[in-house]
Design a protein. Structure first.
Length: 202
């Protein structure tokens, strides 16, 4: 005997099936790693340097957004910007990296003068941008390299793993020297406060 299904039941089954396919499709391979972590002088320890540097490897499936061959970037600033992308979009018109780039070459100034974000990490015009947008728990990444999507949970895991690398690098190095300039000191205090708050909120 064939069971009769009304339109609503059929519709629910189709939606459920599509949702299952979406979950399978979005089970992506994300690589987000920092390599060759160092301070600005290239040495393993520098109490005067407030920001960490290194090469970045970022890919989803076969789409390579950032590769170590792109050069040394300021990974401390990148880490904070990436933490912001866990709850915000990052595009050319709505940036989490105000006055900078998502994966910046420079990001050595931390100032409380931002407009969209209270804190900015000022940089040069060198680096690599990747647009990141959210839509109902799905995060989409777009750059000239290509377009990929994943779930917010997978993106959270990737970003927290990356920022843990950076934080461990600081903790394994000598304590930073006291910053005498008030604006710089308050900026870096705000930097780590925002970093910790965003990481702990996940």
């Amino acid at each position: 005997m064939v069971k009769n299904l009304n339109a609503d039941t059929i519709g629910q089954k189709v939606i459920s099936y599509k949702a299952q396919l979406l979950v399978i499709k979005l089970d992506q391979m994300i690589t987000l790693l920092a390599h060759d972590l160092q301070w600005i002088t290239g040495v393993a320890d520098d109490p005067q340097d407030q920001c960490a540097h290194g090469e970045v490897e970022f890919s989803i499936n076969n789409t390579v957004f950032v590769k170590p061959e792109d050069g040394v970037l300021t990974v401390s600033a990148a880490g904070l910007f990436l933490l912001r992308t866990l709850s915000r979009n990052h595009t050319s018109t709505d940036s989490v990296a105000e006055y900078n780039i998502l994966f910046p070459h420079c990001g050595h100034t931390a100032w409380l003068v931002g407009e969209k974000s209270k804190l900015i990490c000022m940089g040069c015009n060198i680096g690599i941008n990747v647009d990141i947008t959210h839509d109902n728990g799905i995060v989409t990444f777009h750059s000239p390299a290509g377009t990929e999507s994943t779930t917010i949970k997978e993106w959270q895991i990737a970003v927290l793993g990356f920022t843990k690398q950076i934080r461990n690098f600081y903790q394994q190095s000598s304590p930073k020297e006291y910053i005498t300039d008030v604006s710089d000191r308050e900026g870096w205090e705000a930097f780590w406060q925002e970093w910790n708050e965003r990481a702990d909120a996940v």
